[in-house]
Design a protein around this ligand. Structure first.
Ligand SMILES: Cc1cc2nc3c(=O)[nH]c(=O)nc-3n(C[C@H](O)[C@H](O)[C@H](O)COP(=O)(O)O)c2cc1C
Length: 193
């Protein structure tokens, strides 16, 4: 059984993203996994300052919630990145969280082409919601996940659940009117099948 950590990058307290994360967590729990959700609306994590102190063996100079979260990242079998789609990509809160992986990097004497370091990470998945539901709606976000998190940082991808068509013109959360909550439950239940 796996230890799953969900980083929820924003979204409204009872919005589409909160609901899809709950359904995913219920599904994963039903399969016997342990799930913890970190709400980046409540635990503030700032973006990287690029000071490079961590490249000289020093801890991150920023004293925010990331310091408490990083041991959980290192212990997790799977880190799930969850976000509403904002202007065709992940939320700034989730992006800031990802930038802080910079201070988790380990020197790699023989990195593969295009990579300069290695990271102590395991599996990952992407969970997103959006108002629109075009065939290209999630292209930029999925591409970022693939390039930055899987190809570069080195997470082993367990899949993406991308829930389009969850909004209306005045922004009311509509995910309960779709089949995405059931889909996310199944995605969580089958993550390691
Ligand atoms: C700032 C902002 C930007 C958004 N950008 C997009 C977008 O580019 N494409 C889209 O389909 N929906 C967009 N939406 C709609 C949200 O992605 C969608 O309603 C999402 O499910 C909201 O999540 P929540 O209910 O958890 O807050 C945007 C909403 C906001 C507030």
């Amino acid at each position: 059984m796996k230890n799953i950590l969900v980083a929820k990058g924003g979204g409204r307290p009872k919005g589409n993203t909160a609901q899809i994360v709950s359904s995913f967590a219920e599904g994963a729990s039903s399969a016997g996994h342990t799930v913890e959700v970190i709400d980046l609306n409540k635990q503030e994590v700032n973006g990287c300052l690029g000071c490079n102190a961590c490249r000289f063996g020093k801890p991150c100079i920023q004293k925010d919630a990331f310091n408490g979260i990083s041991p959980k990242i290192l212990q997790a079998d799977c880190l799930v990145f969850a976000s509403p789609l904002y202007y065709w990509t992940i939320s700034s809160k989730l992006k800031a969280f990802i930038e802080r992986f910079y201070c988790l990097a380990i020197e790699d004497a023989d990195p593969p082409l295009g990579r300069y370091e290695s990271y102590p990470v395991h599996d990952s998945a992407l969970l997103m919601t959006a108002a629109d539901d075009f065939f290209w709606t999630f292209n930029q976000a999925a591409s970022y996940y693939q390039f930055a998190l899987v190809n570069y940082i080195g997470f082993k991808d367990r899949g993406m659940y991308l829930a389009g068509g969850c909004g209306d013109t005045n922004g009311k959360p509509c995910i309960a009117d779709t089949d995405h909550l059931a889909g996310a439950f199944t995605f969580g239940a089958n993550l390691y099948k």
